[in-house]
Design a protein around this ligand. Structure first.
Ligand SMILES: [Zn+2]
Length: 245
């Protein structure tokens, strides 16, 4: 489903797959995250052509995970991401790609990298910051004039997030607490909402920390709406396994 967030920002929301965000600049369109499937990325490119006569001039990857990056090969404009995003993506080999069941033999790596902050201006000012948290390279996009934050998987809304083996809960919470409290927050997965989803994400991770320290048990999680009302509960079990392995 496509949702207009502001006059210049659209999100292609998916039930569970990663969101794709289109920013309409003065001379071109900017796409944030490119999906797992190259064919889907091509349909996103087609949608952008229908939305605006402007070409896609820049692609941004919020982190290295394949559901945000493998569609890069459908775009021939520059791709910008954190330096760790590029180095992690360079480890994707044929065996890994086959394990995902995707017909793809090569990965298009970001060609512009940054460490702390990347700025871009095309009628709209775009600020791209390193988080980290969900992964060491996790980054987010801030559009001050639009009151829009594009959070990548630093925020997952209304469904359980994926806490992976390289997630750092303390850094993740610190990043969340430093995010601008804007009107429109577009998460990596789940629907766009106001900034209350930032606080829900902090609460979620703080609760997971209490679970890991033994302060509360798994059954206590069900008492919290922030857990019981999220979809995909199987991801919670998966995350806990990742954290204790
Ligand atoms: Zn994701």
């Amino acid at each position: 489903m496509v949702r207009k967030i502001t006059d210049f920002v659209y999100v292609i929301e998916h039930e569970e797959a990663a969101n794709n965000v289109i920013i309409i600049g003065k001379s071109g369109a900017i796409l944030v995250d490119t999906s797992l499937f190259p064919e889907k990325a091509r349909s996103i490119a087609k949608f952008v052509r229908e939305l605006t006569a402007k070409p896609i001039t820049l692609v941004m990857n919020t982190h290295y995970h394949p559901d945000h990056t493998l569609g890069n090969i459908a775009f021939d404009c520059p791709i910008v991401a954190h330096s760790l995003t590029r180095s992690s993506m360079s480890l994707f080999d044929g065996e890994y790609l086959r394990s995902l069941g995707i017909e793809i033999t090569s990965v298009k790596l970001p060609d512009i990298i940054f460490d702390d902050k990347f700025e871009y201006e095309d009628g709209i000012k775009i600020e791209f910051y390193h988080g980290p948290g969900h992964t060491p390279d996790s980054s987010y996009v801030y559009l001050p004039s639009e009151g829009v934050l594009i959070a990548g998987d630093t925020i997952v809304n209304r469904m359980h997030p994926e806490i992976v083996s390289d997630s750092n809960l303390n850094l993740w919470i610190k990043t969340l607490q430093s995010l601008p409290k804007v009107k429109h927050v577009i998460p990596g997965h789940g629907p766009a909402e106001d900034h209350s989803c930032i606080e829900h994400m902090v609460d979620y991770l703080e609760t997971i920390k209490r679970l890991l320290s033994g302060e509360i048990g798994v059954n206590d999680l069900e008492k919290s709406k922030n857990f019981s009302e999220r979809t995909h509960p199987e991801l919670l079990n998966w995350s806990i396994k990742n954290l204790i392995s």
